[in-house]
Design a protein. Structure first.
Ligand code: NAI
Length: 478
């Protein structure tokens, strides 16, 4: 029987980070993974989707912007087999890197499927047979999986989850996407660029509802439609049937039944935690009504020496939150006095253009006791770098407390929003004011200047725009 100080179950961005940090702190550490190192994120989620998005962005620019820039490209075509192989090589490189890091830090990597037999022992099934693993501390980092809805059983051939959609052999002619959230819109955007006819059915009244600032969503919705994606909101997918080779999807759209033809259905209606596996309830772990393992601010469950991090331990289900918790939990086990006290978890949606946010929306600021706000908004259209990239759609919006000027929320839609948001995270974590952002010299010509100009706009004196009061907020900003 193997005995460890720390045994991590699940090698996604939560688990592998927890294992590396535990080993760095001198703890004898093992990590168990049933599929591939790097988990959903590296193998069938964040990384392959970003590879597909990067490739199709390149294709779209070549088709639409190159000629305006004076570059003639003829005979553009997509070799799906090569694209798929390249995407896979990106994942393999990242997953291999995780393996090297674990090995270099002397973490024992065990490929197999674990079950708790008691709160201090796991039974592990692997290619070597059955074995027992005991540890002083267990970290559960087993993540989440796609939700299924009645009428649409994913088979990854006709009804795809993100996993199947990221691994297509051929470009499907017609795709119906069920769910206009993060995954649905990221994948729909790139499938459209590859040439599929794409229809998005979203049950709610808006795309990305609750996931992003509504003003940012409007910009993405406009671009989706411009690129030829059919978008239906208040469209609740009910069932489908196959007629010949066509999948006929029935949905209630604004109270009326309608049918949509597809060759592939993409099911992206959310994810749920994997807490119904591994005998977690049998060993007495408290699990909430949504299936999340209940943890305190040190990621401790109610069972001594068992911790949970990442998607299984609550929203938001984001890789960087899982990694943050991975470091924290290892340090807690090593005896450091740490608690989860991050002020904000940034979120990025890799649509076209990207949306990124940190901190609160206007509504949230008000509900958190900031009724009076200063809001600045500055468009990428007035930024030289954005114009030279032909990427002028979108804006940065900064929300600050009116009395103190402390930055409470930053919402970006536009080019490189995913990279620009980190400055906002730092500002919010440090309690920075609008002046801190406005008076920091930002290099020219960069997209980052928009952050500085937006802070100036909130203060009423941006240079590269005519400063007008935003609707609802008096010019008293000045
Ligand atoms: P989501 O929760 O973002 O969106 C699901 C949507 O499906 C909702 O808007 C819901 O109203 C709709 N829906 C549900 N049933 C429906 C029906 N029958 N017909 C039509 N619409 C229906 O879920 P998604 O996109 O699957 O993503 C899951 C999670 O994965 C996200 O919440 C996020 O945490 C994570 N993720 C993060 C990414 C990133 O960081 N860039 C990328 C992808 C996923």
């Amino acid at each position: 029987m193997s005995q460890y100080d720390v045994c991590v179950i699940g090698a996604g961005p939560g688990g592998y980070v927890a294992a590396i940090r535990s080993a760095q702190l001198g703890l004898k550490t093992a990590i168990i993974e049933r599929e591939a190192l790097g988990g959903v994120c590296l193998n069938v989620g964040c990384i392959p989707s970003k590879a597909m998005i990067a490739a199709t962005h390149f294709l779209h620019k070549a088709q639409h912007d190159a000629e305006t820039m004076g570059i003639k490209i003829s005979d553009i075509s997509v070799d799906m087999k090569k694209l798929k192989n390249w995407k896979q090589s990106v994942c393999d490189k990242m997953s291999g890197g995780v393996g090297q890091l674990l090995k270099g830090n002397k973490v024992d990597v065990i490929m197999g499927e674990a079950q708790f037999v008691s709160s201090t022992e796991l039974s592990l099934k692997s290619s070597k047979g059955q074995q027992a693993v005991r540890a002083k501390n267990f970290i559960i980092a087993t993540g989440s999986r796609p939700i299924e809805i009645p009428g649409f059983k994913p088979d990854e051939k006709e009804v795809l989850t993100s996993t199947g959609a990221l691994d297509l052999e051929k470009i499907p002619k017609r795709v119906v996407t069920i769910g206009g959230g993060y995954i649905g819109l990221e994948i729909s955007s790139y499938l459209r660029k590859l040439g599929s006819e794409v229809t998005v059915l979203e049950a709610g009244g808006a795309l990305l509802s609750g996931a992003a600032d509504p003003d940012c969503v409007k910009v993405v919705e406009r671009r989706l439609k411009k690129n030829g994606v059919n978008v239906f909101t208040k469209a609740f997918a009910k069932s489908f049937k196959k007629t010949g080779s066509t999948l006929k999807v029935t949905a209630e759209v604004n109270g009326k039944m309608e049918t949509f033809d597809a060759d592939k259905i993409l099911l992206t209606v959310g994810r749920k935690p994997n807490s119904d596996q591994m005998n977690l309830s049998k060993i007495g772990l408290n699990i909430d009504e949504r299936g999340f393992v209940k943890v305190n601010a040190q990621m401790k469950t109610n069972v001594p020496h068992i911790y949970a991090i990442g998607d299984i331990a609550g929203q938001p289900m984001l890789a960087h939150k899982a990694s943050h918790e991975g470091v924290l939990v290892a340090e807690v086990i090593a005896g450091h006095n740490r608690v989860y006290d991050a002020k904000t978890v940034p979120a990025v949606i890799f649509t076209d253009p990207e949306i990124a946010s940190a901190g609160w929306t206007e509504e949230e600021c008000k509900s958190h006791g900031h009724p009076d706000l200063k809001i600045g908004k500055f468009s990428f259209a007035a930024n030289g770098r954005a114009v030279s990239l032909m990427e002028t759609d979108g804006f940065v919006k900064i929300i600050a407390d009116k009395k103190t000027n402390i930055v409470l929320g930053v919402h970006i839609v536009g080019p490189e929003a995913s990279n620009l948001i980190s400055e906002a995270v730092l500002a919010i974590e440090m309690g920075a004011t609008l002046e801190d952002l406005a008076l920091s010299i930002h290099p020219h010509p960069t997209l980052g200047e928009v952050m500085m100009e937006t802070a100036d706009a909130a203060l009423g004196h941006a240079i590269h725009m005519i400063n007008r009061p935003l609707s609802g907020s008096p010019r008293a900003n000045a």
